[in-house]
Design a protein around this ligand. Structure first.
Ligand SMILES: [Zn+2]
Ligand SMILES: [Zn+2]
Length: 330
């Protein structure tokens, strides 16, 4: 079994947070009773994404308490959409040959043209990902990926588009195991996801079994004049954690809400629902707390994913998180 605490874990999924949030460092907080609490509905998970039927078991949560949990074991590759592409390979490639990149709340299509103009986007002439023949520098071996996807990017891989090469496929046979409390519990304090487990795990799961991860450390990535594009579904791959989302772009299974509220798109590891950013009328949610959640009498407390350009799924856990791990099949 592999958990998230492995030394070679690429940096863009682990190094954040300490300076971003200083939540959850005080006492454990008190449970606050809520008029409406929506339990996790295991039927929302896509059957094709499951490795085995969802189990209900007593499990230990991240604060050491025990609770009835769903144990959800899923495939590493989503069953409801294709993955990739990420980086275009030539300056003439259109936006369909690449994914997306985000800056200051904006979502950009990563076409060849986009890559060629990163110097303008970042107002920094040192950006130069395009060779003289028009080809784009992309990490095309696992070794290159490993040397580029770390805090001190190997100088050979500065000015590269970083993606897990398509021939690195070992991760595809791994399983994702999520332990999620059946009945989420609202607490008076929020918990920084980086203080849960080993601090590198996901914040939640989509109904296709794909992890919703904490923000990508974009400031670290661009420091080496690299980009690590997401595909149009908001996900990318590293060979250790597998495919994971940093943004929700409406490409996965959604549970529509009868009252026009934004649809349900997954669950956080504490069992509270994660809903899309915009409601039926494309309006943003109001009155969100530091966790990116709020309460209403239909859904109880729930989260809204941030806009795709904001590099954030949820801000912090309002409840007590379960756990997630990547498991190699026996
Ligand atoms: Zn990532
Ligand atoms: Zn809401």
């Amino acid at each position: 079994m592999t958990n998230y605490c492995i030394p070679s874990y690429p940096f863009w999924c682990l190094l954040l947070g300490s300076a971003v949030l200083s939540l959850g460092c005080g006492p454990k907080g008190e449970t606050v009773a809520q008029k409406v609490v929506q339990p996790v509905n295991p039927d929302h998970f896509i059957a094709d994404s499951l490795i085995e039927p969802i189990k209900k078991e007593m499990r230990t949560l991240s604060d050491g308490s025990k609770a009835e949990c769903y144990v959800v074991t899923t495939k590493a590759v989503p069953s409801d959409h294709e993955i990739g592409p990420w980086a275009p390979k030539h300056v003439t490639d259109g936006k369909e040959k690449g994914g997306i990149w985000i800056k200051d709340g904006h979502v950009y299509d990563v076409s060849g043209e986009f890559v060629a103009h990163l110097d303008e986007l970042y107002d920094d002439p040192q950006w130069n990902l395009v060779r003289e023949d028009g080809s784009i520098k992309v990490t095309d071996t696992k070794e290159a990926f490993d040397l580029a996807a770390r805090p001190n990017v190997d100088p050979r891989y500065h000015n590269h588009a970083v993606e897990c090469p398509p021939d690195v496929v070992g991760w595809k046979s791994n399983h994702n195991v999520y332990v999620i409390p059946v009945n989420p519990v609202y607490r008076s304090i929020a918990t920084d996801p980086h203080r849960v487990g080993d601090g590198h795990g996901p914040v939640g799961v989509a109904f296709n079994g794909v992890k919703y991860d904490p923000p990508a450390p974009i400031h670290m990535i661009i420091k080496a004049h690299t980009i690590a594009p997401f595909d149009h579904s908001g996900g990318h791959v590293n060979p250790h954690a597998g495919y994971h989302y940093h943004a929700a772009t409406g490409k996965t299974k959604e549970i529509e809400q009868a009252d026009g509220h934004a649809p349900l798109i997954g669950y956080a590891l504490d069992g509270f629902g994660i809903y899309a950013h915009l409601d039926e009328d494309e309006k943003e949610p109001k009155g969100l707390d530091e966790c990116s959640g709020h309460y209403d009498d239909v859904r109880g407390y729930h989260y809204h994913v941030s806009a795709a350009g904001n590099n954030q799924i949820i801000g912090a856990f309002r409840g007590i998180a379960g756990s997630a791990s990547v498991v190699e099949p026996k």
